[in-house]
Design a protein around this ligand. Sequence first.
Ligand code: ATP
Ligand code: FE2
Length: 326
Amino acid sequence: MIIFGLEGTAWNLSAALVDENGVIYEKSATYVPAKGGIHPREASQHHADHMAKVVGDVLAKAREQSLKIDAIAFSQGPGLGPCLRTVATAARVLSLRFGVPLVGVNHCVAHIEVGKWQSGAKDPAIIYVSGANSQVLALRRGRYRIFGETLDISIGNAIDKFARSVGLPHPGGPKVEALARDAKHYIPLPYTVKGMDLSFSGLSTAATEAAKKYDLADVCYSLQETAFAMLVEVTERAMAHAEKKEAMLVGGVGANKRLGEMLNTMCLERGAKFFLPPKKFMGDNGSMIAYTGLIMLKSGTTTSLEESKVRPGYRTDDVVVSWASS
Ligand code: ATP
Ligand code: FE2
């Protein structure tokens, strides 16, 4: 079975072909804001401008290798409305053109499924951290249940905001990580865990304030240590509560080495196993949509044209996980 997948919920337009054995081909075009954060309409214009080239390249690859596409998977939500509509329109056209079914994929579920596929985790507690989301989840009675999540902004957004406030370009995550490596001191910053939920907004603002007084590397380091410790605490409790012996890190912020290291230490201490998918599958990519489309199709799930409306607020726990059991 070969699935064509299209991702474009936010900053990355990406198309891919996958089969059960792996990624056959992937092509992406990345939107980089001229200044500030992501602007939804500009991002969707970027996707529209690059759609023909990105999709065309992948289809050319399929033709070259005489591959027959079995379905068109697309990211139906959550994400930025204008971006989602651009992607869904292209996906509908492809489905009609090739006479194959559409499969509407939840973007967050796709981060999780590609992570399991690429890391070998079977039934982990999941730490999903990105520019838009911060959730700790686990599969229970057929859905990825959210055990804890941010009450305000995501951890990626918190880091990006702080980075922008000190003059670093978007996305700030990788730059903050690099700067943090040269730190010498930890500066106390607000640590906010409420029950199983997290708050990063005050932390981001406090880091911006601290950068006016302290060394930037020290502030970057302290921001990371504080935010990541909060995530580790919630993950550990979720693992105990849901009785999971595995943890897996996914989403763009998952590329951060220090976060992986801290989660790994926590897992070792409780006799659990930590899984980290390869970096190229952490950020948004077409392969994760194609692969999730593949397992959904195999379990008999397709999306009719009438059901293919975009879902900007699509929740992870709205999805019935018919392809895995726990
Ligand atoms: P979502 O998956 O929720 O739709 P998203 O579209 O923002 O979110 P991702 O690619 O999953 O996409 O995540 C992007 C985020 O990852 C940005 O906030 C970026 O700063 C962050 N990020 C990337 N690399 C690193 C890193 N090394 N350390 C920390 N954060 C990072
Ligand atoms: Fe994402």
